[in-house]
Ligand binder design. Structure first.
Ligand code: F6R
Length: 248
């Protein structure tokens, strides 16, 4: 499993941002659009900062970029402070030249009975565009990727899931208490993520060290969904020294 360890989160993030920018530019030269799978949370923030800088200072354009976010809480209004729509707007989309109609984020406002059709359409839309060129991932302390919590099947698609208690605890600060964290989310599946042509999983900080050890060196099991990535030929783990500190 390719693992690259950087001295710190900033150097690693700049490297990932440059990889994304190079992909966008090379596809642009061929007259092709770039289809990116994006994540929220603390992990990718500095990657997005650097992409904004590349846009402002080096003319990187997102006009030919289409994005699909991994997940959204359910239920969740897009205008809420904690929504992943708000997160993406504040950290990336409001600061670049992406076309609004090219942004896709699971809809946290749907009535329950409309979710299955929405999820199928999310998959269909990705496929119709030729698939995800690059998927960015963080990792939760449960071993989740997207919100594919322990128990998720390797061939799972986009669907409504129940969040793990630890995941809700980790989100409690954003919501002012665990009791305010939604119990559910809509997430791309493991199968959806696997179809991406390139996958980059990032992790920073000693708090992620033990789950990174399990993800990279542990037995492949639905108990730690990120272990499925060991089966992919297209994945790279990008770590800082602290997140890599338990690897042998
Ligand atoms: C977010 C997502 C999650 C996070 C993970 C790590 O869209 O899909 O899997 O990547 O929970 O979160 P942070 O980066 O906040 O540690």
């Amino acid at each position: 499993l390719p693992v690259t360890v950087y001295p710190n989160q900033d150097i690693a993030s700049v490297t990932v941002a440059r990889r994304i920018a190079d992909l966008i530019k090379s596809k642009q030269q061929k007259g092709e659009k770039t289809v990116l799978g994006l994540a929220t949370g603390a992990t990718p923030v500095r990657v997005y900062n650097e992409l904004v800088r590349l846009h402002r200072e080096e003319g990187l354009s997102f006009k030919e970029v289409i994005t699909f976010n991994l997940d959204e809480y359910y239920p969740m209004l897009p205008t809420a402070n904690q929504s992943y729509v708000t997160f993406m707007n504040e950290n990336l989309f409001d600061h670049i030249d992406i076309e609004r109609q090219n942004i896709n984020i699971p809809d946290g406002t749907l009535p329950l009975e409309e979710i299955p059709a929405f999820c199928l359409e999310y998959e269909r839309k990705i496929e119709a565009l030729g698939g995800l060129d690059l998927q960015i991932l963080g990792i939760g302390r449960t071993g989740h990727i997207g919100f594919n919590e322990p128990g998720s099947a390797p061939n799972s698609g986009t669907r409504l899931v129940t969040l793990d208690d630890l995941t809700r605890r980790d989100a409690s600060r954003d919501f002012g208490g665990k009791e305010n964290v939604p119990t559910k989310a809509i997430t791309m599946g493991i199968g959806t993520i696997f179809k991406a042509r390139e996958i980059v999983l990032m992790a920073w900080n000693g708090k992620k060290a033990s789950i990174i050890k399990k993800a990279v060196e542990g037995e492949i099991s639905s108990d730690v969904p990120a272990t499925y990535l060991q089966l992919s030929d297209n994945v790279e783990f990008v770590l800082d020294q602290d997140a890599a500190s338990e690897l042998t």
